[in-house]
Design a protein around this ligand. Structure first.
Ligand SMILES: Cc1cc2nc3c(=O)[nH]c(=O)nc-3n(C[C@H](O)[C@H](O)[C@H](O)COP(=O)(O)OP(=O)(O)OC[C@H]3O[C@@H](n4cnc5c(N)ncnc54)[C@H](O)[C@@H]3O)c2cc1C
Length: 467
């Protein structure tokens, strides 16, 4: 992944706005650039656009949407911004936090109204750190549906999507204006394409083991559950062009990946009153802090695994997620009629597991906090049949990236915008700060969709200025 001089023979073809990556960020950018009147093309390395977007639950947090209003959920973008900033320990850029939270409702409603996405609010459980129920998802509650609908919307808008097209280099000179890109095909042949503005939407560096080891050593040995094609290209090109790189140690982890089935188990199983125990049958943390920081905590347990413990009432809520249905179908979800039988099926010490159940019930009944600081007040007591899933911690997606401004333009280390380079989604620095615990649920698709839309509008504006 390098920066090359402009080819002497010129470019094979040119398109004003070129976008690298056809995930949520790239496709939202393409739709908005197209809507703003720019000619745009999307280059995607895979034969079918999927990205980490397809692996996600497809939930986009947004405040004060009409979907919330229909359910009498009171929310506002300032409250949302406060939640994001607080979870990020105040480390995220306030201007970007304010932008993405303020524009979140308009972005979700834009996808719904202009492109027909049938969103609804996840209204039956709380996500940690969110002061209101504001996760918006599609009927299957899966990112696969989100990416498929985005691709269909791009098709309907006649936006060219070039597949099997890995962008292998950028063409730029000493003036740092990106003049075009080099495309490498699966058979090794190369092509070049000129541009007036370039949007990097090729996510972060979770798929580059060397970069993960360097920047996020605590997840060096963890399963990477994001898209393998996200290899840090945006980061490397940005660095070569003098861009400011921020919060490289930040990431989204998850402490509830079914093991060994490798299926995401929604954190609803914990937030609704479930808990985690380790191989000794004992609790080890306040699970309600968030699933991201829980990844490293679970990995630190014996064998790097834990068990989510919940019941049928909670499983019924979790079944709205296609992933949970898949986990049940693949045998990852264990059921038992009693705590003793559950211990037997999980091969856990029965006494210790019974003690964990009793501790949780005592804390719930008292309304107070347990020794880790977790409260269970408001949750119904767990009742048979009980459910459990063996889980591990995983790295889902990196949160560090290129510094951008509120127009999604990439900035250099001196704080000046590069002439025509923009970034969105996981290619840009997120709003989670430098630690896993800074990730508020939904930060990933929030910056992919909102910043993607902004990047498309800005790129179209840049192209008009240049014309
Ligand atoms: C299991 C899982 C669950 C998640 N659940 C949620 C959730 O419910 N809500 C939420 O907000 N976030 C969630 N996330 C995070 C979310 O998926 C990401 O933040 C988001 O999808 C990032 O979008 P993106 O467009 O930046 O990247 P991606 O969707 O990964 O798209 C990047 C694309 O760029 C392509 N690409 C990379 N390099 C090149 C290159 N050199 N040339 C051409 N193409 C290239 C890739 O092939 C890929 O298609 C989850 C993540 C995972 C892994």
């Amino acid at each position: 992944m390098s920066i090359k001089a402009v080819p002497q023979a010129g470019f094979t073809a040119s398109v004003p706005v070129v976008i690298v990556g056809a995930g949520a960020a790239g496709l939202c950018a393409a739709l908005s650039a197209n809507q703003a009147g720019a000619d745009v093309i999307v280059l995607e390395r895979d034969s079918i656009p999927r990205g980490s977007t397809a692996l996600s639950a497809g939930l986009i947090p947004a405040a004060a949407t009409r979907f919330q209003k229909a359910l009498n959920i009171s929310d506002d973008p300032v409250l949302f911004a406060h939640d994001v900033a607080r979870k990020a320990h105040g480390e995220a850029d306030d201007a970007i936090v304010n932008l993405v939270t303020r524009e979140s409702a308009a972005t979700v409603e834009w996808l719904a109204d202009r492109h027909g996405f049938p969103f609804s609010v996840v209204h039956d459980f709380d996500y940690p750190g969110h002061s209101a129920r504001r996760m918006h998802g599609l009927p299957s509650r899966s990112g696969l549906e989100l990416i498929d609908r985005l691709r269909e919307a791009a098709d309907e808008s006649d936006i060219p999507l070039v597949l099997n097209a890995t962008v292998s280099a950028l063409h730029a000179g000493a003036d740092r204006i990106v003049r075009g890109v080099e495309i490498t095909r699966p058979d090794g042949t190369r092509d070049s394409l000129g541009c007036a503005a370039l949007i990097l939407a090729c996510n972060g560096y979770g798929g580059a083991a060397d970069l993960v080891s360097k920047h996020i050593p605590e997840m060096r040995a963890a399963t990477y559950f994001g898209h393998p094609g996200n290899r840090g290209d945006a980061l490397l090109w940005g660095a070569a062009l003098g861009a400011r790189l921020m919060h490289l140690s930040g990431y989204q982890g998850h402490g509830s990946l079914a093991h060994p089935h490798a299926v995401l188990i929604t954190w609803a199983v914990i937030m609704e009153g479930g808990f985690q125990v380790n191989a000794a049958g004992l609790r080890f943390s306040d699970e309600s802090g968030g699933y991201s920081e829980q990844a490293a905590i679970v990995l630190a347990q014996p064998g790097g695994t834990a068990f989510d413990i919940f019941d049928e009432r909670i499983a019924a809520i979790a079944r709205q997620f296609a992933d949970f249905q898949q986990a049940e179908a693949s045998g990852a979800v264990i059921e038992a009629a009693s705590v003793t039988q559950l211990a037997e099926r999980l091969n856990l010490p029965a006494g210790a597991l019974a003690q964990s159940f009793a501790e949780v019930e005592a804390v719930r009944a008292s309304g107070g906090a347990d020794r880790f600081g977790r409260r269970f007040a408001g949750a119904a007591p767990l009742a048979p049949p009980f459910k459990a899933v063996k889980v591990t911690g995983a790295l889902f997606h990196t949160q560090g990236g290129l510094a951008v401004d509120t127009s999604a333009r990439v900035h250099d280390t001196g704080g000046t915008a590069l002439p025509n380079l923009l970034a969105a989604g996981g290619a840009a620095v997120g709003v989670s700060g430098a630690r896993a615990s800074g990730y508020l649920s939904g930060n990933g698709l929030l910056t992919a969709t909102v910043l993607g839309r902004v990047a498309g509008q800005s790129a179209a504006g840049l192209v008009k200025q240049m014309a």
